[in-house]
Design a protein around this ligand. Structure first.
Ligand code: ADP
Length: 163
């Protein structure tokens, strides 16, 4: 049986913390689908297409693909014939929300298991939100996101200031 895992998130944008989870998932499962959530209410920095494009550019593992989804995650996972949802845990603060989500998802679809991976210690404080904040205030984000993502962020900021 092919073990297929879904790694869902906003990925606005992908950070090295996400990449670390993807790399480790790619070793554990036969196939990993990184799935960009489309129905986020907050105003994203990058469109879903831009986020997927960046993900595809920095993902180098043959068994990892990029997709997007709307609606219930467990419905999407079922359509994808996935048995596992992967989530990353950074600090205790992630735990409460992730536990709620995992239990709700289990109630909705008991056949799908949520697997948590601990963040790499170098990335345990890293979030897309904090990266964007630091970047917008002129701080260095070197080593926090892939080089290509840093370039796209610079281009986006430049585009905005020229508006
Ligand atoms: P969401 O918008 O659902 O919070 P994100 O795109 O921020 O999703 O992240 C997707 C998943 O990756 C979540 O499980 C999140 O906890 C995890 N994650 C985010 N940043 C890191 C990190 N630095 N290390 C490990 N896991 C992370």
């Amino acid at each position: 049986m092919t073990r297929r895992a879904i790694y869902p998130g906003s990925f606005d944008p992908i950070t090295n913390g996400h990449l670390d989870i993807i790399e480790r998932s790619a070793k554990l499962f036969d196939e990993v689908v990184v799935a960009v959530l489309l129905n986020i209410d907050k105003e994203p920095m990058f469109s879903a297409e831009e986020r997927m494009d960046m993900l595809r550019s920095v993902i180098t593992w043959d068994n990892v693909t990029v997709d997007s989804f709307e609606g219930l995650l467990v419905d999407y996972a079922t359509r994808q014939n996935a048995q596992v949802i992967v989530r990353g845990i950074r600090a205790v603060s992630d735990y409460e929300y992730e536990l709620q989500m995992a239990l709700m998802n289990r109630r909705l679809e008991p056949r799908i298991e949520t697997v948590f991976m601990m963040s790499g210690e170098a990335y345990s404080y890293l979030s897309s939100r904090l990266t964007k904040e630091v970047f917008k205030l002129g701080g260095s984000i070197k080593g926090l996101v892939p080089g290509l993502v840093e370039q796209r962020m610079k281009a986006r900021l430049k585009g905005h200031t020229e508006d």
